[in-house]
Design a binder for this molecule. Structure first.
Ligand SMILES: Nc1ncnc2c1ncn2[C@@H]1O[C@H](COP(=O)(O)OP(=O)(O)OP(=O)(O)O)[C@@H](O)[C@H]1O
Ligand SMILES: [Mg+2]
Length: 239
């Protein structure tokens, strides 16, 4: 469970979050959508404990958190296997696993994301999309109960996107994790998410299901603007 109440965050004079409240139950995947710069990654980083909020409360049902970063954030000097196994080695309170067991888990996760056999490669040898999938494998390696995905399918080709979307869904079914997923991609919202929250002006301006968001008869002005990708609407585009 993830419960966020009245979260506020400014960077200097830039007020980014002005009272965000969200709730995600186990088994749910919340799509967090909104214009570039509206604060989606900031929300994930606060939930993950990487940055502090100015105000507000966050309740987490588990301290087993996995995060797939927007820009992959792999360690360049480590192999892919070392990157993916990193959370296993630093996990507090977890039993120390023998090397062969770590190798087995790493290979299993690499197969899962469609990249078997690249254990000994380095991040610089991978394409952007491959890095994204490795970052995904690292996020889920400890079987977390709370998973934060920052644009897990951005920049992936349609088939790789589908693989990741279906992986997110099967992972939810298996682990019953509570997840937040940032995306701009309609296919990802439809295939991988159970509900949607739209952020604008530091607030959640619309909440509903993927079906409601993409329903042509939904005349909510925010949902309509998102669905049509329209410049005109209640949300002003900053240049
Ligand atoms: N560490 C930081 N220091 C100063 N400003 C920051 C920092 N992190 C984010 N910001 C600012 O906060 C705002 C929100 O950034 P954030 O990365 O959360 O947006 P986003 O919704 O994830 O955008 P995108 O869709 O482009 O990834 C931006 O105006 C950004 O400049
Ligand atoms: Mg972002």
């Amino acid at each position: 469970m993830i419960e966020i109440q009245d979260l506020k965050k400014s960077f200097g004079s830039n007020k980014v979050l002005d009272g965000i409240s969200l709730k995600v139950e186990p088994g749910e995947v919340l799509a967090l959508i909104g214009f570039s710069g509206c604060g989606k990654s900031t929300i994930l980083k606060i939930v993950a404990g990487l940055i502090d909020a100015d105000e507000g409360e966050i309740k987490l049902g588990s301290d087993k958190i996995g995060m797939a970063f927007q820009y992959s954030a792999l360690f360049d000097s480590m192999t892919i296997a070392e990157n993916i196994s990193f959370p296993l080695r630093v996990e507090e309170g977890a039993p120390e696993l023998p090397e062969f067991e770590i190798d087995r888990i790493v290979s299993e996760k690499l197969s899962l994301v469609g990249l078997p056999g690249i254990n000994n490669w380095y991040p610089s040898e991978l394409s952007g999309g491959m890095k994204k999938r490795v970052s995904f494998a690292r996020a889920i390696v400890t079987d977390p109960e709370i998973i934060l995905y920052d644009e897990p399918t951005a920049g992936l080709d349609p088939v790789a996107s589908t693989i990741i979307e279906d992986l997110i869904t099967s992972l939810q079914e298996e682990t019953n994790a509570a997840s937040i997923l940032v995306t701009h991609q309609a296919s990802t919202i439809k295939r991988a998410c159970t509900k949607v929250a739209m952020v604008y002006g530091g607030l959640v301006v619309w909440e509903g299901t993927p079906d409601e968001l993409f329903d042509e008869n939904n005349d909510n002005s925010y949902a309509t603007q998102f669905r049509r990708g329209a410049v005109e609407g209640p949300m002003l585009v900053k240049h």
